[in-house]
Design a protein around this ligand. Structure first.
Ligand code: PLP
Length: 457
């Protein structure tokens, strides 16, 4: 039996009866019914009613090589026939995670050479938190266990991921976060900069919030700072250019490890393999997932820097941590084939030299003057549009979050999948997008903004 035997209404009824969706108001969904996405090709997804939608979110920030890649299906098929599964516990290994780890060490920042696998970004951040705390235990400083994070950060949905993240709604439902994690101001100039404050001054002030938190706790109590190079789910918040260099200086000064979460920014999105390279960051851990396989298989890789890895291997003692699917052979085979496509097709150079700068230019030219747009910004192929009720004062619409959803809904109806987060529209398309695809998307967004303006103003 395939889904074609069911009408959309039947599938929606079954969906409502049996399927609890992520990040969803289930009462709302029952009323509305889900759109069934049934197939995809290149930059497009198609729903059960035959609508073609240009996917400006690359699924969920992950399908970097686009849809319909036969090489990835073949890599999975071949690996499944040869060895569908074996674990990497108890002194066993399988070839594909080994080869993938070697490849990841080759493309990662120089001082990052070891890999711990999981199946999701959330799992990888759980691993990262446990690993850096274990590092300080092995270093004889078990009390150095606090982690500094930022408000509005997203680091996943497990208990540790939610605790590391700074989403207040998620914390409200946590009923007991992992202890010793504190959250400071996000480097989000649009809302947090003072009137007239320069980008540079704001960058230093946002970084100083981290240093203040270190000093307040005492550096001997602080294990690490964690951050997304560009906050993704929080609304594509691009920090001032001087922020990361200053964060790195502060972490080094106080001997605080630097944990970088590249679940979204990893594997080409910013025009480098990793945003750490774009910003000149030398991290102690890099959390990656999503575009590692372009979403064709669930896989995460926590990339571990030499300092942490050497302590782990030299001091020894079992690290009591791992997942059944750590180093899954099929997922790793798909990742290898995916990285190969990214490399052979020059997708990262294309983002850095062509489509990234082009997106920045046309976002400004096509949308910057729109009455609903308070700011546009982008880095590589990540972009954001701030929706405001009044351009000059940056006043938002009431209730918060409503206006961006109105724009989003018009965009989807016109055939463009974008996302609304708070009062910000965000996009993160597949790296295969061309200038022409970007132009098409801009026209659709402009139309959606015009329609939303009629509803809202
Ligand atoms: N970290 C960041 C920066 C993310 O954006 C996400 C997911 O969007 C995660 C972690 C969690 O990844 P996953 O949903 O695969 O658990």
């Amino acid at each position: 039996m395939t889904y074609q035997n069911f009408s959309l209404a039947q599938l929606q009824a079954l969906d409502a009866a049996h399927h609890l969706h992520p990040f969803t108001d289930h009462k709302d969904l029952r009323g509305a019914g889900s759109r069934m996405i049934v197939r995809a090709d290149g930059p497009y997804v198609y729903d059960s009613e035959g609508h073609r939608i240009l996917d400006a979110m690359a699924g969920l920030w992950c399908v970097n090589v686009g849809y319909g890649r036969k090489e990835l299906a073949e890599a999975a098929y071949k690996q499944m026939l040869e060895l569908p599964y074996y674990n990497s516990f108890f002194r066993c290994s399988t070839p594909t995670p080994v080869l993938l780890a070697q490849k990841l060490a080759e493309i990662a920042p120089k001082s990052v050479n070891q890999v711990f696998y999981g199946s999701s970004g959330s799992e990888a951040n759980d691993t990262a938190l446990r690993l850096i705390r274990q590092f300080w235990v092995l270093e004889g400083k078990p009390e150095k266990n606090r982690v500094i994070s930022r408000k509005m950060a997203y680091h996943g949905s497990t208990i540790a991921g939610t605790s590391l993240g700074g989403m207040s709604g998620m914390h409200d439902q946590l009923h007991g976060a992992v202890p010793n994690i504190v959250h400071v101001m996000a480097p989000y100039a649009f809302e947090n900069a003072e009137p007239g404050e320069s980008e540079e001054a704001f960058g230093l002030r946002a970084a100083k919030a981290v240093e203040d938190a270190i000093l307040e706790a005492g550096a001997d109590k602080v294990a690490a700072f964690i951050g997304e190079p560009i906050m993704g789910a929080g609304g594509v918040k691009i920090p001032p250019r001087n922020y990361w260099a200053e964060i790195q200086r502060i972490c080094r000064k106080h001997d605080v490890l630097l944990m970088i979460d590249e679940v979204i920014t990893g594997y080409g999105r910013t025009g480098e393999w990793f945003a750490s390279q774009a910003y000149g960051i030398e991290p102690d851990t890099i959390t990656t997932a999503k575009a590692l396989t372009s979403g064709y298989q669930p896989l995460s890789a926590l990339l571990v820097g030499d300092r942490v890895a050497e302590t782990l291997t030299e001091k020894g003692g079992e690290f009591y941590h791992g997942y059944t699917y750590s180093g899954h052979p099929v997922a790793c085979a798909v990742a290898l084939a995916n990285l190969d496509i990214i490399e052979k097709e020059g997708l990262i150079d294309r983002v850095r030299e062509d489509t990234g700068p082009y997106l920045a230019k046309v976002l400004q030219e096509a949308l910057g003057d729109h009455p609903l747009v308070g700011e546009v910004r982008s880095f590589g192929l990540m972009g954001a549009i701030e929706i405001v009720a009044d351009k000059a004062s940056r006043q938002r619409f009431e209730p918060s979050g409503h206006a961006a959803v109105v724009v989003r809904d018009h965009a989807v109806v016109s055939g463009l999948m974008m996302r609304a987060t708070g009062d910000t529209m965000i996009m993160s398309p597949p790296l295969i997008w061309t200038r022409e695809t970007i132009d098409t998307a801009m026209e659709m967004i402009r139309t959606a903004l015009d329609k939303a303006a009629q509803d809202l103003l």
